[in-house]
Write a protein that binds this ligand. Structure first.
Ligand SMILES: Nc1nc2c(ncn2[C@@H]2O[C@H](COP(=O)(O)OP(=O)(O)OP(=O)(O)O)[C@@H](O)[C@H]2O)c(=O)[nH]1
Ligand SMILES: [Mg+2]
Ligand SMILES: [Zn+2]
Length: 329
């Protein structure tokens, strides 16, 4: 669709597909080409930043819908970022001189996401429910529609995989069991992806790129060698990349995450990001309850009665413990 603004200038709209230092590769909604763009300097201030966060490293990110002009050399200049529906962020690696008192900056992984698939594996790397819970909290705190994939089912015995799958299904998550050695294992995923922007996220080596290659062989994404998951700091996928795979369907392959620190969560909010706590939180005696030691805590009672699993409550306490008391909002 070709649009004009009130000055009769052509408006070209696209989606940021990938960023590379100061370059933004924009997928054109018009002809589906990929345009290398820069950002118009004087507009940087106006970009839509989340208002309740103090610091932000990224002002434009993968998944942003943008308006841009075309230069004579066919490169583009982004002059507006349209409002974001949502975004997924994590604490950035500590960088010298960033922020004060050592706060860690927020790093946006992608925005305007319809579905997140947290990819885990049975082995290589081993399935770890504590790690999965941290990913879930990060997604829930961004209010994203979150799903779980347990990949590499070929490496594990069926019973233990099914137990974990049922555990998370009972909480209310969609859980998909996949193995790249059997293409029929991904058929349930296909209808979930249609006409959506789907983000694949998880630890390095779990098979994010491999699953995407199996779903869409034309992508030909780089896949790690078998031993990669153990060699610290090695990520096969190095930048987030959003790819159009048909009509309105997009997939976003992301680099593996080693350490996941959900960004900017307050202690009294953490319980809301454990889906199954929701029914109990309102019944706590104090509305600032952190469900740790407070009298009259309905979450603690639910754990004692077996209505909330001890495993999940233990995850909750561990994350609560890592949230800085003095974080600024
Ligand atoms: N046995 C088995 N191996 C798999 C499966 N899926 C992926 N792999 C292997 O796991 C390794 C890592 O796969 P990748 O797709 O590169 O993993 P990734 O999650 O994209 O990793 P990063 O890009 O580093 O984040 C590769 O050697 C794959 O061949 C599977 O279902 N079963
Ligand atoms: Mg990868
Ligand atoms: Zn409570």
């Amino acid at each position: 669709m070709v649009l004009f603004n009130f000055k009769q200038e052509l408006i070209i709209q696209g989606i940021i597909s990938r960023t590379e230092s100061k370059d933004f590769y924009v997928f054109s909604n018009e002809d589906h080409s990929l345009i290398r763009c820069s950002i118009k300097g004087k507009f940087k201030k106006d970009f839509n930043l989340k208002k309740d966060k103090l610091f932000n490293t990224d002002f434009a990110a993968v998944g942003d819908s943008v308006l841009y002009d075309i230069n004579e050399d066919k490169s583009g200049v982004i002059y507006k970022i349209l409002p974001r529906k949502n975004y997924l962020a994590r604490k950035a690696i500590k960088t010298r001189g960033a922020g004060y008192r050592g706060e860690r900056l927020e790093q946006i992984i992608a925005c305007n996401i319809d579905n997140v698939f947290i990819v885990t594996s049975t082995f290589e790397p081993d399935f770890n429910n504590k790690t999965l819970d941290r990913f879930l909290v990060a997604c829930e705190s961004s209010h994203l529609n979150t799903n779980i994939i347990i990949n590499k089912t070929d490496l594990a015995d069926e019973t233990s995989i099914n137990n974990w799958a049922d555990f998370y299904r009972n909480i209310g998550y969609n859980v998909f069991l996949t193995t790249t050695s059997k293409s029929s294992s991904i058929t349930d995923l296909i209808p979930q992806l249609k006409d959506k922007k789907n983000l694949f996220w998880g630890q390095s080596g779990v098979g994010k790129s491999s699953i995407l290659n199996l779903l869409y062989p034309q992508l030909n994404l780089k896949v790690g060698v078998i031993s990669n998951y153990t060699s610290k700091g090695t990520h096969t996928t190095v930048t987030s990349n959003m790819i159009n795979v048909g009509e309105d369907t997009y997939v976003i392959d992301t680099p593996g995450v080693r350490e996941i620190d959900p960004f900017g969560i307050r202690k009294e909010d953490l319980g809301h990001y454990f889906k199954e706590f929701e029914d109990f939180i309102n019944k706590c005696k104090f509305n600032t309850c952190t469900h740790y030691h407070e009298p009259g805590c309905a979450v603690i009672s639910a754990v004692k009665n077996g209505n909330i699993s001890e495993e999940r409550y233990d995850s909750y306490l561990r994350i609560l413990n890592t949230i800085e008391n003095d974080i600024n909002f």
